[in-house]
Ligand binder design. Structure first.
Ligand code: KE4
Length: 427
């Protein structure tokens, strides 16, 4: 019996005090088997676990570490700001700077409010859309995950999918009945729902690029169709850019696809690793929020100077170095490495990528929606995940998650990863 590792000791202790031993389910490795490692420290594209093992990190705390971990500009901003106090509960100059930056970078956002997570951002969008339209029904799509919002934990993706609970317990049927869930990329299905009950639908919410069932892309014209149907029926079109915002482009995926949503949810990258979310959009909708309007929404730590300073430092650095062009180069190089590894291993698995986000499905064919993604061989993915981890490469511990690149990933990291992937695929 090998000596227990520090991580296994920590996990045993964690399970005594924390449900499942984790503060977020996907970290428990249930999607791949085994136990999670504990991270002691992180820097750049690398993690060091509690037993001193060094890993190349393609999870990047699920997206926020876009400059890599512990970037100097963010650490300096945190230190300088913390010295003056971390939260005041009264307006501070940083939140004005952050709001101005978001409104400048994301044209569809005329006004924005800061929150503390992606979940808070999407939850607030839903309530605001219902308050603005006076309607109750919402439309979401199978496999899309928008955080643990009651109304959106219906056929959800990410950890809910990994743990087989796409419809969470604890959500009253009366509430779930107000959520219409459709297959993604199915134009006829969404046209039919709007023909039947369009005037009762408060909002359509969609992940700009669905990346919580792996990663699949909108079919040409699909996002435009959602926009058109929402416009025709006075339905609020909500773009969940928590994962893609400030990652795929300065103005998010909406800058790439050219579709203007009515509301946008943001998170992850925006906080530089600190807890930050945001939601914003058309002025006439946002002005329905308290204290100006009747839709209540609030948060003790929303816009706190420490998180704002960290997020501003990260976003400004990303802009200063035109990080998005570099991330596309890195993504293309990573794709080349993966595709040549697949070729060497004689595997025709489906690799999908947009910018610095990617997913390798253990299946052949095409993946355009959840039903396609479900065909993946999850057991084979689990073996691959552990083979890579044992060789020092950490991918997301679930087939139903996307991987990420940062500006800190070097050509050496990518070369080593390609070797590890080749061996893991061949095993
Ligand atoms: P948070 O509440 O976890 O900050 O954001 C929720 C959320 C909303 N929208 C999208 C598109 C998201 O991807 C997320 C959260 N993403 C997952 C990873 N797929 C977070 C990881 C976790 O749950 O631990």
């Amino acid at each position: 019996m090998p000596a227990p590792t520090r991580s296994s000791q920590l996990f045993a202790e964690a399970k005594r005090y924390i449900p499942g031993g984790v503060n977020s389910p996907v970290r428990a490795f249930r999607g791949v088997g085994g136990e999670p490692f504990f991270v002691e420290r992180a820097n750049g594209a690398h993690l060091w676990d509690a037993d001193g093992r060094e890993l190349i990190d393609y999870v990047l705390t699920w997206g926020p570490a876009i400059l890599g971990h512990a970037p100097r500009v963010v650490l300096d901003a945190i230190a300088a700001t913390a010295a003056k106090g971390v939260s005041f509960g009264i307006p501070n100059p940083y939140e004005v700077e952050m709001a101005k930056l978001i409104c400048e970078w994301v044209p569809s956002i005329e006004k924005v409010r800061m929150v503390n997570s992606g979940t808070e951002a999407t939850m607030s969008c839903i309530r605001l859309a219902r308050g603005f339209t006076g309607r109750s029904k919402i439309v979401k799509f199978e496999g899309c995950y928008h955080g643990h919002v009651d109304s959106l934990l219906v056929k959800a993706g990410s950890g809910a999918l990994t743990h087989g609970t796409p419809d969470s317990a604890g959500v009253p049927q009366e509430l779930a009945d107000l959520t219409i869930t459709l297959p993604y990329n199915d134009a006829d299905a969404v046209r039919a729902v709007f023909a039947r009950e369009g005037k009762e639908i408060a909002a359509v919410i969609v992940e700009s690029v669905p990346a919580n069932a792996g990663l699949y892309l909108p079919r040409p014209g699909y996002i435009e169709l959602l926009r058109e149907l929402c416009t025709q029926h006075d339905t609020v079109f909500i773009f969940d850019e928590v994962m893609t915002g400030f990652r795929l482009a300065r103005g998010g995926y909406q800058q790439i696809c050219g579709v203007k949503p009515d509301l946008t949810a943001l998170g992850k990258v925006i906080g530089g690793g600190l807890p930050v979310g945001a939601f914003g959009g058309r002025r006439e909708i946002m002005d329905q929020l308290s204290p100006d309007g009747p839709v209540y929404q609030a948060g003790t730590l929303s816009g706190n100077p420490l998180a704002m300073a960290a997020g501003l430092a990260q976003l400004r650095e990303l802009d200063r170095v035109n990080g998005w062009a570099k991330l596309e180069e890195l993504g293309a190089a990573f794709e080349d490495g993966t595709r040549s590894a697949l070729k060497r291993a004689g595997k025709d698995y489906v690799f999908q990528r947009i910018g610095s986000m990617f997913c390798l499905y253990f299946m052949s064919g095409e993946v355009w929606n959840l039903a396609d993604a479900y065909r993946s061989d999850k057991a084979a993915f689990g073996r691959y995940f552990h083979a890579c981890l044992d060789a020092g490469v950490y991918f997301a511990p679930s087939q139903f998650e996307a991987g990420f690149l940062s500006l800190a990933h070097t050509p050496d990291d990518l070369a080593k990863t390609a070797e590890v992937v080749t061996r893991a695929l061949a095993a």
